[in-house]
Design a binder for this molecule. Structure first.
Ligand SMILES: Cc1cc2nc3c(=O)[nH]c(=O)nc-3n(C[C@H](O)[C@H](O)[C@H](O)COP(=O)(O)O)c2cc1C
Ligand SMILES: [Mn+2]
Length: 452
């Protein structure tokens, strides 16, 4: 089976989920502005990027259904497929060669000339690689890590990485520094959906995200050895940058966009020295519009929903689904769907979810007759089933993630809402009786709806 981004582009094309842009587009601000204004419309292939020959694709995975399409699963099975992939990984396999190494560039490298990396926002200090999946190995254990961090192109062969201190890649960089070594990394651009989703999973340090990608693919991910570092990269990817991440080379990053749509000022980032670039003969550059933009939010939201759901189900089997909403920035709002929760079980699920997934700030619990993807239904559940004095929990002073827009002294107030039927719901005489026509008439009309 083809494990490339190309097979996804073909599938999207056939399904009407891809649009080609032939007019010239400037990678400085204009390309990002097009992605922004196209919102949830089909993915875009920019075939004519100013000053570059390599085409740029973006907005591919800007809805949960397009993520499901990329993984080849039904939208209703997206979360269960992710959970299965976490629990039953398939280890990758090595192959002797792959198209990602058809062309090899060595020093001196000029990354800005070679790759059409977009400049996104006014206050950011340069172009950012945003769909670069970073491969690294733990210097102590040899275990692999696969994740995304944005990389600013500084010129020549130098990049700047801004990695959250809580992320594994940051831990690995520190471990390398403790041994006075630089952390080898490979930046892989132009990936199959399975690799992108795997890279976003909140799993334990040492859990190789390539195994998750394998299960999502349904077969081992095929890897080739890097040319000059001790790492392995997907053989069928588009572009790979091989280099080292330097804990001791810290450079002030300045304003950088975050998922909430504002700039953050995180302080210094770390320099990356690239020594080799390999790519296909005719590579495709993948870009993800960063900031408050659907693709950025939902790639993370898919994985956060799955990892939270898995953690909850281990303690509370009546949890059926955890949806991370786009309006909640793909990070901070969750809707938990439960099957006939017992009294108080909704609140327990809320507390577990918040404790497990630090970023979650508003968690709403609904019964599984409500479609969490349909905000109108969720709102109806709150209107019909919630008693605010009992069902809303407000928890001030909880430790926050540094990214939360309302974080103060690294704390936020969290809110939990239980909007499920009460256990006595069915027995209260005369209440909550649905007003409807007889079931046999409803069924007959449903079955013959197209005739009307
Ligand atoms: C488009 C995109 C850009 C991202 N940029 C960053 C980033 O710049 N810094 C960062 O720390 N995490 C970033 N992330 C989030 C991490 O990739 C994600 O939390 C991942 O699970 C971390 O994995 P790790 O703990 O294995 O390192 C980004 C995610 C996406 C989808
Ligand atoms: Mn990891």
């Amino acid at each position: 089976m083809d494990q490339s981004l190309r097979i996804i582009l073909d599938r999207f094309e056939k399904n009407g989920d891809l649009h080609h842009v032939d007019v010239p587009v400037d990678p400085v601000y204009e390309l990002g502005a097009v992605l922004l204004h196209k919102g949830h419309e089909p993915g875009l292939v920019f075939r004519n990027v100013l000053n570059h020959t390599i085409p740029v694709v973006g907005n591919l995975f800007n809805t949960y259904s397009r993520i499901a399409l990329g993984l080849g699963v039904d939208i209703d099975h997206l979360q269960s497929a992710c959970i299965n992939a976490i629990e039953n990984g398939i280890p990758p396999e090595m192959v002797a060669e792959g198209p990602v190494q058809q062309v090899i560039h060595e020093a001196p490298l000029d990354i800005p000339a070679l790759l059409p990396v977009p400049t996104w926002f006014e206050q950011e200090q340069g172009p950012y690689i945003t769909a670069g999946v970073i491969i690294a190995k733990d210097i102590e254990t040899g275990k692999r890590n696969v994740s995304i961090a944005r990389l600013r192109v500084e010129g020549g062969n130098i990049l700047l990485a801004g990695i959250a201190p809580t992320h594994h890649l940051h831990v690995l960089m520190q471990k390398a520094q403790a041994q006075n070594r630089h952390q080898e990394i490979a930046v892989v651009i132009g990936n199959h959906t399975a690799v992108l989703i795997a890279s976003q999973m909140y799993v334990d340090l040492g859990h190789d995200e390539y195994d998750i990608a394998g299960r999502l693919l349904g077969e081992p991910l095929r890897l080739v050895k890097c040319k000059n570092i001790d790492l392995e990269v997907p053989a069928e990817a588009e572009i790979v940058l091989e280099g080292t991440l330097h804990a001791d080379e810290r450079v002030e990053e300045g304003p950088v966009s975050e998922f909430h749509g504002f700039y953050e000022h995180y302080g210094p980032g770390n320099r990356v020295h690239i020594q080799t670039i390999t790519h296909r003969r005719d590579p495709i550059y993948q870009a993800i519009l960063p900031g408050y933009a659907p693709e950025h939010l939902l790639l993370g939201g898919t994985s956060i929903g799955a990892t939270t759901c898995l953690a909850l189900q281990k303690k509370i089997p009546s949890v059926k689904h955890v949806l991370i909403t786009e309006g909640g920035m793909g990070r901070v709002h969750a809707i938990i769907s439960m099957h006939q929760p017992k009294a108080g079980e909704g609140k327990r699920a809320i507390m577990l979810a918040m404790a497990h997934t630090n970023l979650l700030k508003l968690v709403i619990v609904v019964d599984d007759d409500i479609d969490p993807n349909d905000w109108t239904q969720v709102e109806w559940a709150m209107a019909a089933r919630m008693r605010a004095e009992e069902d809303i929990m407000i928890i001030p002073g909880v430790k926050a993630d540094r990214c939360d827009p309302q974080e103060k002294d690294l704390m936020v107030t969290k809110v939990g809402i239980v909007a499920t039927r009460r256990p006595d719901h069915a027995t209260e005489p005369g209440k909550f009786v649905p007003a409807r026509a007889p079931e046999h008439v409803l069924r007959k009309v449903r079955e013959n709806l197209s005739q009307y």
